[in-house]
Design a protein around this ligand. Structure first.
Ligand code: SAH
Ligand code: SF4
Ligand code: F3S
Length: 480
């Protein structure tokens, strides 16, 4: 029997959320589920059995946007079937495509009920009420074509940047029962790299107050989180109001404060910009055991000329200097990065410089992409666009090198004993999957239920994307 929560007077409805893009969208999806819970919505992983679908979308590359329209076409018949039964079915497009495309989505896919940007999700309940009213109005006027046309003229699109922060409207309880939780501390970007749509989809930089972050972290820890990943499009640009309200704290101070929380074993943060990697944060990597020794620090290109065209606000040597200082602070630290190949005007020489940088730094992991022009960004209007075939060839070469480095990095762990936080069951009986401090997936076999536990593991084999090992001690250690 299904029991309703005390706060809900309505029948239980099923909510399906499909999440694309970065971890900030994962966090946002969880918050949207939290917001809708008191309104009677319970999560399901079956879109066919749902009463509402939210697509939480990503706009970073053209392919990501096209995927959204493809997927919307898949949901259209589900909505039609449900509505033929006389029940309202709500299809919502949230996230960065919602923000960037706004009303265009309803023009291209008129069966979409709600479009909302990432800063508006706290207004979802009000949007749902409007969508339900619109559904009933359509039902009542089913035979009046003129009236139906009239009704379509008022789509539910919330893609402004509201004055008040969505964070002020988050429910104070969360169902987040992850052993490794995401916590958004900063949102938006003022950097305006010329290839990137994020400053337009996520808006200006905003940092949450330290107090609110600590309270949210405590709730996650109480619910079982051992690890917290602090999120932000420019997370190391964080400058939130201090707990006393008298000044601002940077990311290093926040991490050190979080490290004082009992029960929290591991802290990570992503994504960082090289320009905001200050001395305090670099030193924290040497001083704070709970701060994990693995950093995602995107560089995009190894050519100063291209970095300038990209408006990255740093040079190659500035970036390498940070890598050296971080390695001095903690010789054990590993790195990942993002790369774009085929940025407009990128020559063979520029590309070779990227290869050179990768060889010098040596990454444990990395993401690399072909440049994808985004409408409205300055780089999309540059004349010297690179042919697809050249981009493909360069991407192949870069990825071959990065994969080889990743494999070598993982193999260097064979014979080492490292602490692993186990988060999931594996496919085989008795198999558990976890994360090393260096963001590698580690799998082991165990007779005990080690979910949510940190165990010391001796690494016996290594592959491109995972490590294999054996648990060597049953005690729980700190994750550093
Ligand atoms: N805030 C982060 C990353 C944001 S987007 C940073 O400053 O690095 C994640 C990655 O997507 C970027 O690092 C970049 O490598 C890639 N990306 C962004 N826009 C792109 C585009 N137009 N074409 C190809 N890759 C892009
Ligand atoms: Fe995009 Fe650059 Fe901002 Fe990162 S720093 S989100 S790449 S504009
Ligand atoms: Fe994509 Fe928006 Fe994140 S464009 S990468 S979902 S900030």
């Amino acid at each position: 029997m299904i029991t309703l929560s005390a706060s809900s007077e309505k029948a239980l409805k099923k909510l399906y959320i499909k999440t694309y893009g970065c971890q900030m969208n994962v966090y946002d999806s969880e918050r949207m589920a939290d917001i809708l819970k008191p309104h009677g919505y319970e999560l399901t992983d079956n879109p066919d059995a749902s009463d509402m679908i939210i697509m939480n979308t990503c706009h970073i590359r053209e392919k990501a946007t096209e995927k959204v329209y493809c997927e919307l076409g898949r949901y259209k018949p589900i909505k039609k079937l449900r509505e033929e039964d006389g029940k309202p079915f709500i299809l919502a497009v949230a996230g960065c495509v919602g923000q960037a495309e706004g009303g265009e989505i309803v023009k291209r896919a008129p069966y979409v009920d709600i479009v909302l940007g990432p800063q508006s999700y706290h207004q979802l309940p009000e949007m749902i009420e409007r969508a339900k009213r619109a559904f009933h109005a359509r039902q009542e006027n089913a035979h009046d074509q003129k009236k139906l046309k009239e009704l379509k003229k008022d789509p539910i699109v919330y893609a402004d940047f509201p004055v008040e922060s969505k964070f002020d409207h988050l429910p104070q309880v969360s169902d987040n029962k992850r052993f490794s939780a995401f916590l958004t501390i900063q949102e938006g970007c003022d950097k305006f790299c010329t290839f990137c749509c994020v400053p337009y989809t996520r808006g200006a930089e905003y940092s949450r107050p330290v107090f609110d972050i600590l309270e949210e972290a405590k709730r996650y820890i109480e619910a079982g989180a051992q690890e917290i990943t602090l999120l932000g499009q420019n997370v190391n640009a964080y400058h939130g109001t201090s707990p006393t309200g008298s000044g601002e704290w940077g990311l290093a101070a926040l991490c050190l404060e979080l490290a004082n929380l009992d029960g929290l074993k591991r802290i990570r943060y992503t994504t960082s910009h090289p320009k905001d990697m200050d001395e305090a944060l670099i030193q924290a990597h040497g001083a704070c055991e709970k701060l994990m020794p693995f950093l995602h620090l995107p560089v995009q290109s190894g050519s100063d000329r291209v970095l300038k065209l990209m408006n990255r606000k740093h040079t190659v040597s500035f970036y390498e200097d940070i890598i050296h200082r971080l390695r001095d602070a903690n010789p054990d630290i590993g790195f990942s990065s993002d790369f774009i190949v085929g940025f407009p005007g990128e020559t063979d020489k520029d590309f070779e410089q990227t290869i050179g940088l990768v060889e010098r730094v040596s990454y444990g992991q990395a993401y690399s992409f072909s440049y994808s022009p985004r409408l409205g960004t300055p780089a999309a209007a540059l004349e010297d666009q690179i042919p697809e075939a050249v981009k493909k060839e360069r991407l192949y070469r870069l990825q071959s090198l990065l994969f080889a480095q990743q494999l070598a990095y993982n193999k260097s762990f064979i014979g080492r004993t490292i602490p692993v936080l186990f988060e999931r069951y594996g496919k085989k009986p008795g198999q558990f999957l976890g994360k090393s401090p260096y963001m590698q997936s580690v799998h082991v076999l165990s007779n005990d239920d080690i979910l949510g536990k940190i165990r010391w593991v001796s690494i016996t084999d290594a592959f491109e994307t995972s490590l294999q090992g054996e648990i060597i001690a049953e005690q729980c250690f700190l994750g550093g």
